[in-house]
Design a protein. Structure first.
Ligand code: G1P
Length: 297
């Protein structure tokens, strides 16, 4: 099997939960402390050895393209000022990875977004990373998933045990144990089920290792939940070991994950990530403790 080098990042959502901040800017550019959310995701892919990135973008792609490109004017200004630290932070983003873009066109769901990667990906396995989920760099989930893919030659999803009240927000997996306590075999998947119909409380989170056969499956996947072409529905078919593709396995993630998909979770993510930083954490936490006390909470 050839080594996986390609990561696909769907980034064409309208980001309506963050309007008006996302009126003229993709939600992936919202800053999480001092980096746009999408940079964390690209850094995660690169750390796992995937430095060929394809972003599936919408109307507002310019900010994304500019962020991963050189900005000569800014570099010259910082150089003239002798501000090497900032210069380095600006330049390193443009050297992170090869970043390519394809437009989604009609936004017809996550499955449709992924199918737009077909030409770029070709006949190789590839990773999909969803920008709303940030995985702590200290808990390398993607590397673990790539290892499982190499060992099992199968489709790999990331699973998180969630409170049953939260399962309706995710794809939910029906699973069987394997010999490895961190890996389960996925026997069924359902997109955003009501709590009483969920097969388990294992939620699919936004990291996938897919085999190229998924493109054929996506092509015949009819619109599902919300009238959208759902990746979950295609993976349900893959779980049936389509054309001997090895089925679907789930890596159970027990590490730190930050959800930036809605306002409250986004604010929590910023606080947690800033709280962990040496330059900001001590002051932030001291202030926060005083603030919470002053609110009488
Ligand atoms: C998507 C998928 C869902 C998955 C989730 C993970 O939903 O459709 O199966 O559980 O990402 O974040 P979205 O959150 O984009 O609506």
């Amino acid at each position: 099997m050839t080594r996986i080098t390609k990561a696909v990042i769907p980034a064409a959502g309208l980001g309506t939960r963050f309007l008006p901040a996302t009126k003229a800017m993709p939600k992936e550019m919202l800053p999480v402390v001092d980096k746009p959310a999408i940079q964390y995701v690209v850094e995660e892919a690169v750390a796992a050895g995937l430095d060929d990135i394809l972003m599936i973008v919408g109307r507002n792609k310019n900010a994304l393209a500019n962020h991963f490109d050189r900005v000569t004017e800014l570099e010259e200004t910082l150089e003239a000022k002798g501000d090497d630290a900032k210069l380095q932070r600006v330049v390193e983003v443009s050297h992170l990875a090869d970043v390519h873009f394809v437009r989604q066109g009609d936004p017809r769901g996550l499955g449709h977004a992924v199918s737009r990667a077909r030409k770029h990906v070709g006949r190789e396995s590839f990773a999909v990373l969803l920008g709303d989920d940030l995985i702590d760099a200290r808990d390398p989930l993607l590397t673990r998933m790539l290892d499982e893919h190499a060992a099992r030659d199968a489709t790999i999803v990331a699973l998180l045990e969630v409170d049953p009240d939260q399962i309706h927000l995710y794809g939910a997996a029906e699973v069987e144990p394997t010999d490895d306590p961190d890996v389960v075999r996925v026997t069924g998947l359902v997109e955003k089920p009501a709590k009483e119909h969920a097969p388990s409380n294992y939620a699919v989170i936004g990291r996938y290792i897919l085999k190229p056969e998924v493109f054929d499956v996506l092509e015949r996947t009819p619109p599902g939940k919300g009238g959208e072409i759902q990746l979950t529905d295609a993976l349900m078919e893959m779980a049936g070991d389509v054309e001997g593709t090895g089925g679907v396995y789930g890596v159970v993630f027990r590490g730190r994950r930050y959800d930036t998909g809605d306002k409250l979770d986004y604010i929590k993510a910023v606080i947690q990530l800033a709280g962990d930083r040496d330059d900001l954490g001590p002051d932030l936490i001291a202030w926060l403790a005083g603030y919470v006390a002053s609110r009488g909470a």
